[in-house]
Design a protein around this ligand. Structure first.
Ligand code: HEM
Length: 543
């Protein structure tokens, strides 16, 4: 029987990732897919929900779905309507499609966490990472909403710096075309460096042990989930007992604590000195500091607890974002005609901003507000920052934004984000999802619908969203990549900012991206989150 993770002693990151990614997103689908334990919960008892018949000789819908997901789901909706039952990955799901999807996301009695817990039994484990936990918000949604997203423009220079340093170190000059066999590794390094500076500040991010932990903790988490029979009582009991004592993420928490402690002490000392002098202490900007500043509000117990929470954020963010960034490059390779368009957009936006800043400087000099050119040095209008990839500049990259949104729309798994019904729930079409059964979201019915997407829904049309007020961060009825409603991914603003920055840095440095084995192009575009295609990329520098 297959667990979530290969039981082989040679750790295959891809296998592990399949298990791991659910912590971030509807990557739960990966866990559901890899899961082969006994099914718990059945179809909804509402007999009006049709059960899709099996193909002759099949024992489940797995083979038919795997052969052609689009065809299978189109056929089901056509024949059975928006709600129907299927058997996939050794589980029974009620597929909810189209306009009814919203009712699953908006109803708190449909629980993504419960469905995930059923498959992975991971709650005992995530609880053991932190000392304080909350049943519903095992990763604090509000911590990101309140402490991260509003400050994104301030984080941008640091994110850009880290991404730039890592690209230049890992890819560098590719004059004659450089083959990178496992691009995912490069993108993990990039994203880990960027996330480390956002979550823990520059001083901690400089320490390679922190960046390594940001990458490796997700693989270690995969080990935890990689157990068979996780639905059985004894397994849960065992997990609970074992991981509260022998937590495999403990070593990463220890590293974070070890690196963070002197940094925090230094900050405290600086604050005390500033107070003693009657000066205002400028608080460092990072999640760790924000969590410490709100220690009582969040009810933390100690620094280990804070680092445990930071680690949960890492589990939600690093692999989801690096997987998407690596995938983006395969789209550059598959659609080379768009790379220069994106580069041109960037050059024009930079020149425009440079011009605007120059005009502003001149008017300040003319009005006497600023005495000399020299006075701009170190100010907001310092000419040295004219061509920075600032947050304001990234906002102008509407084509890049559309490209990223289209990649996510095009690739996102067709069925994801199973939710367990906590009580009998009647949908607006009168069908009842009974307590304990699982509703799964039919992304295909939205992302591949001509009506919803404005035509050519099976085509990759990178400028589809230009001029449409549909930014890549905008979750909604037509874009389910980040979920919807109360639990919609709170990290999407950071994720999109990083994806656009990675895109901008890449197209400005490299003019050509090629897939090492072109016969794998289709898979390169459509890999399931956490299971990258096994062919590399060749990068060629701009002249
Ligand atoms: C491309 C990258 C990412 C994708 C595709 C993604 C997608 C998702 C999805 C589909 C969900 C579930 C939404 C739902 O239940 O309706 C989710 C939840 C979540 N994501 Fe992300 N995510 C990404 C990056 C991030 C980042 C960078 C962070 C942190 C900074 C983050 C933090 C979270 C958290 C904390 C939740 C749980 C929210 C809740 O239950 O209230 N994610 N994400």
């Amino acid at each position: 029987m297959l667990g979530l993770v290969s039981t082989s002693t040679t750790t295959n990151p891809t296998d592990l990732l399949k298990a791991v990614l659910p912590i971030g997103i509807g990557l739960a689908s990966a866990a559901f897919l890899a899961h082969r334990a006994t099914n718990k919960g059945g179809f909804s008892r509402d007999k009006s929900i049709p059960i899709v018949p099996l193909r002759a000789g099949d024992k489940s819908h797995d083979a038919e779905y795997a052969e052609d997901q689009n065809k299978f789901l189109s056929k089901c909706v056509e024949n059975y309507g928006l709600v129907f039952n299927v058997m996939l990955w050794n589980q029974k799901f009620t597929v909810v499609s189209g306009s009814l999807i919203r009712e699953v996301f908006m109803n708190e009695q449909f629980s993504f966490i419960d469905a995930l817990e059923e498959v992975t039994g991971m709650k005992a484990f995530t609880d053991s990472i932190t000392k304080t936990s909350n049943d519903e918000n095992w990763i604090s949604h509000s911590a990101i909403r309140d402490n991260l997203s509003p400050f994104l423009p301030l984080y941008t220079p640091r994110i850009v710096e880290q991404l730039t340093l890592t690209i230049d170190r890992e890819l560098g000059d590719c004059k004659d075309g450089k083959l990178i066999e496992k691009p995912i590794n490069v993108f993990q390094e990039m994203v880990a460096a960027a996330m480390a500076t956002v979550f823990m500040g520059n001083d901690c991010a400089k320490d390679h042990r922190v960046r390594d932990s940001f990458i490796k903790c997700t693989y270690d988490f995969g080990e935890v989930l990689g157990r068979d029979n996780r639905l059985r009582f004894w397994h849960r009991f065992n997990t609970q007992a074992k991981y509260s004592v022998l937590n495999p993420l403990k070593k990463h928490i220890d590293i974070l604590v070890e690196v963070a402690t002197p940094v925090i002490l230094k900050r405290r000392q600086e604050e005390a000195e500033a107070n003693a002098k009657g000066e205002e202490y400028v608080r460092p900007l990072d999640m760790m500091q924000k969590l410490l500043d709100n220690f009582d509000k969040y009810g933390f117990v100690d620094i280990e607890d804070v680092c445990g929470h930071l680690l949960l954020l890492v589990l939600a963010s690093v692999h989801t974002t690096s997987d998407s960034a690596a995938n983006l490059c395969y789209y550059f390779a598959a659609f080379p005609e768009h790379v220069d368009v994106l580069y041109q957009e960037q050059c024009e936006a930079l020149s425009q901003i440079e011009q605007e800043r120059q005009t502003l400087r001149q008017s300040k000099l003319a009005s006497g507000e600023v005495k000399s050119e020299q006075d701009f040095v170190g100010s907001d209008l310092d000419p040295k920052n004219d061509r920075d990839l600032s947050a304001a500049m990234m906002k102008r990259l509407v084509k890049m934004d559309s490209f990223v949104r289209e990649v996510l729309r095009y690739r996102t798994e067709r069925l994801t984000l199973a939710h367990t019904a906590r009580e009998d729930i009647t949908l607006s079409n009168g069908m009842r999802i009974t307590k304990g059964s699982k509703a799964i979201i039919n992304n295909h019915s939205v992302h591949q619908s001509d009506e919803v997407q404005g035509g050519d829904a099976y085509e990759f049309r990178p400028w589809r969203f230009v001029g449409k007020a549909k930014a890549a961060t905008k979750a909604g009825n037509d874009f389910l990549v980040f979920g919807m409603g109360k639990h919609a991914c709170p990290g999407r603003f950071l994720a999109i900012q990083e994806l656009k920055t990675v895109g901008a840095l890449l197209v400005s440095r490299y003019s050509k991206f090629e897939i090492q084995d072109p016969s794998k192009t289709k898979r390169g575009l459509m890999w399931r989150m956490g299971d990258p295609v096994d062919t590399g990329l060749i990068f060629t520098s701009r002249n």
